[in-house]
Design a protein around this ligand. Structure first.
Ligand SMILES: Cc1cc2nc3c(=O)[nH]c(=O)nc-3n(C[C@H](O)[C@H](O)[C@H](O)COP(=O)(O)O)c2cc1C
Length: 145
């Protein structure tokens, strides 16, 4: 069975970590890209009316571009993302809800502006239907995953 590294990154930090890690372990990569890409204004969380705040407060789904081919062929899936509001961004939840995770092991990893990993794994689990196990850790580089 194979390993897949997926990631969402709005500002590039998580993307670098994810790509470095995928290269280290020789895994396939899937980038989680929102159908409507985030502009700088969209993620300005200091503005209460910014898109990121509206999505978070509304618990909204954020549709994702494309699809992972042969998803069933992976038994271990890494999911990388920035911590938004103390957990995974809404787009990551929507991504997760689009697949059947039965029997799969998920290792989530996140970068942040200072927050810890908190209850990220527990909060992501309901979006990972059938998942065998899920854990999450905060990282600064690929060597920490
Ligand atoms: C909408 C939004 C919400 C954020 N919420 C948090 C937070 O709750 N805690 C934190 O430490 N950092 C927070 N950050 C900062 C990011 O987690 C941090 O800059 C991350 O490394 C960015 O990763 P990226 O470059 O892959 O997007 C937030 C950033 C954005 C844009």
């Amino acid at each position: 069975m194979a390993t897949l590294v997926t990631y969402f990154s709005a500002e590039g930090t998580t993307a670098k970590v994810a790509k470095d890690y995928a290269e280290r372990i020789g895994a396939d990569v899937f980038e989680i890209v929102p159908q409507e890409p985030y502009t700088a204004a969209d993620i300005r969380w200091t503005n209460p009316l910014a898109r990121c705040n509206r999505e978070q407060i509304g618990g909204k789904d954020v549709p994702v571009n494309g699809n992972i081919e042969s998803f069933e062929s992976y038994d271990t899936v890494y999911i990388g993302f920035p911590i938004w509001y103390g957990q995974a961004p809404r787009v990551v939840h929507t991504f997760c809800k689009g697949y059947d995770w039965t029997g799969k092991t998920v290792h989530a990893f996140a970068t942040s502006g200072g927050s810890g990993i908190g209850k990220t794994a527990e909060k992501l689990k309901p979006s990972l239907q059938g998942v065998e196990s899920v854990d999450a850790k905060l990282v600064h580089s690929a060597t920490e995953i």
